[in-house]
Design a protein around this ligand. Structure first.
Ligand SMILES: Nc1ncnc2c1ncn2[C@@H]1O[C@H](COP(=O)(O)OP(=O)(O)O)[C@@H](O)[C@H]1O
Ligand SMILES: [Mg+2]
Length: 245
């Protein structure tokens, strides 16, 4: 059984159809990248899974349970955690307070404290600054903080919307290094949204390419080449070859 299974998902915003029958699955322990141009529907897909937007058609299952149209807290309790786009930290609160906010729905404080210890072991930078206001962190550090916060519910599946947006390549390397470490150490399953497929090809796992609300290409990252991806991304076969006549 797939950890996440999405079937024929349709999401509309008024007249606009943002997702037109998207089906995908995420297996336990794997990393699935959802890539595609701006406006393709990537964030909408994550929001529909999280329960932030309600699909018009289709089914979403998490570990076999039908979560279609669930309230976000209900889906979170079943082991789904989302890191939305834009690194939303509470700048006036300390780093540790920001982390505790992630526990909101969880009753077992002792287990959460153990998770905090593990998170600090993986993110020593956060431990060192735990009593400082989150607003002092750089963009890359804030990205680490929101990822760390998403882990405070001990999720099985973490979805992250464009973690590399606006970060320097070297910082993106660090973010991905941490993600891969967390995946291994905590048996996490990752659903990562990125506009470009560059990171997916570097990181490995599986990839689906979304364009205009539909999946136009999917495959194992190590089996896809740049030219095929580019054709699917832009939806054409490239400039016509100029032949001498
Ligand atoms: N709240 C909204 N209301 C109306 N249209 C929206 C809303 N959110 C997204 N859209 C539209 O839905 C489409 C998909 O958006 P989005 O899922 O944000 O794409 P992506 O994350 O791939 O850039 C776009 O055309 C976007 O303008
Ligand atoms: Mg988006």
């Amino acid at each position: 059984m797939s950890l996440l299974a999405v079937e024929n998902l349709v999401v509309r915003y008024g007249q606009l159809t943002a997702l037109r029958g998207v089906s995908l699955h995420v297996e336990e322990g794997e990393t699935l990248f959802v890539t595609g141009p701006n406006g393709a529907g990537k964030s909408t897909l994550l929001k529909a899974i999280a329960g932030v937007v309600r699909p018009a058609e289709g089914r979403i299952r998490l570990a076999g349970a039908d979560i279609t149209g669930n309230a976000p807290e209900t889906t979170a309790r079943l082991g789904f955690s989302m890191v939305p786009e834009g690194r939303q930290v509470f700048p006036e609160l300390t780093i540790e307070e920001n982390l505790w906010l992630g526990v909101g729905i969880r009753r077992n404080r002792a287990a959460a404290a153990a998770d905090l210890d593990h998170i600090y072991a993986v993110f020593p930078m956060l431990r060192e600054r735990r009593h400082a206001a989150a607003g002092i962190l750089s963009g890359g550090q804030q990205q680490m903080l929101v990822i760390a916060r998403a882990l405070m519910t001990a999720p099985r599946l973490v979805a992250i919307d464009e973690p590399s947006l606006g970060l320097a390549p070297k910082i993106i390397d660090q973010v991905y290094e941490l993600l891969m470490r967390l995946r291994a150490e905590r048996q996490l399953t990752l659903l990562i949204v990125e506009q470009s497929s560059t990171r997916a090809l570097m990181t490995g796992g599986r990839l689906v390419l979304l364009r205009s609300g539909q999946i136009v290409l999917e495959g194992a990252c190590d089996a896809l080449d740049g030219a095929t991806l580019e054709r699917a991304y832009f939806g054409y076969d490239g400039p016509a070859e100029v032949t001498a006549s």
